[in-house]
Write a protein that binds this ligand. Sequence first.
Ligand code: PLP
Length: 473
Amino acid sequence: QLSVKTNCNTKPVAGYGNGAEQARDGGKTAKEMIGRALQERIQAVDPHSCEAGEEDAFFVADMGEVYRQHMRWKKHLSRVTPHYAVKCNPDPVVLRLLAALGAGFDCASKAEIEQVLKMGVDPSRIIYAQPCKTKSYLRYTAKQNVKQMTFDNTDELYKVKEIAPDAELYLRILTDDSASLCRLSQKFGASMDNVHELLTLAKSLDLNVAGVAFHVGSGASDPTAFLQAVSDARIVFDQAAVLGYTLHTLDVGGGFVSETFEEMAAVLSGALDKYFAPQIRIIAEPGRYYTSSAFTLACNVIARRTVEDRETGTKSYMLYLNDGVYGNFSSIMFDHQHPIPQVLSSAHRSDGFNYLPSNASTECLTDSGYTSAEESISSSSTNSLDSTSPHGNSTSSNPRSIEYSIWGPTCDGIDCIAEKWASPETVDVGDWLYFEDMGAYTKCSATRFNGFTDKHECVYVCSEGGASALLGF
Ligand code: PLP
């Protein structure tokens, strides 16, 4: 019997059949499981008597989705060993699953390295992928025998020489990241003009340069960035050989997104095969690819303000949720995301709880105007929680009948989740909204601003038998 676990050491909240059954049913079963977990969790809250914080926002995380992403990776990038970028979402169950699946880990701080080592992962499976390291962290790293690390400047080489002279160094080179969501190259990466100087200094310091690393930017959209970076890496391998180094590893970084993964993987694989012989070890540092679609966030509507336009006589509403940009919606500020609200439960519905049917639209204003949840979701690998729910629905047929703006709980005016959201449904205080694709760069950058929690409960479900077996769910 498969059960749902929470991260609060509470008892499992439900049993959902066996793993094999779930694998057979695929995505549909996954959506049903997520829906049931959401429903059970919100039904456990009595809005009239609950303790402070019991109605806090919470996640439902499907470890089956992480597992499926890993299988997809192995199918399309069989040559590349993923080192999951812990920064993206250091969820302990995600890390445990990926460790069990044989992935490595990209860590950028002492805390991340410590978290991974505590799971029993061998230090050789960790890369300290931070070209500008804190000295005390480097001392810790050396003591723990974590040897693989990146560098991109001369000062760092002197630091490594002093503290971790046995390190296995990867020279991080600059990439063209102009087509990515979060650009990294203005901060990190040696230009090709500096490579010779860096390798020469490393040689004179008797340091062990073992490979090359790059990152094409987080949320990359142009596969040719991979092509150029791999061909630049080849040049570095050749330059290093002239200086007497035999490089053995290429680290192709992160930047993969689910929607374009196959296309990126095809371009990358082609470039790797063209420029690097099979004996060269290839690793990567994917983050959002693994976790983005696995996490759904549910938020409670804590307040509502009616806004009347006296000229037109129309009414719209400001909704205040118990999570915002200082919390899990930090992805709006830091990761340029536009999370799409959907109604999870509404007292105005006949049954109180439901998902929107897949043909209902709910729209959200982004930089470029309204975005429909349906459009944005149908273009991704994840389908909106759909009408396969056992419960009926009572949504109106007019998709723009009610206009809302959605705000977080803090006193800051910048704490806005959506400036405009058109929903066919009436949403009021005590109702719940949900947001899919909330697993990347969300809770890891949440703060405690205004005293709101940064520790949101996570209910784990598992829609793949293989993952259930590894996790003991
Ligand atoms: N590796 C490094 C060095 C990074 O800085 C990042 C993200 O900032 C990642 C990997 C993960 O990138 P992504 O989540 O786009 O795969």
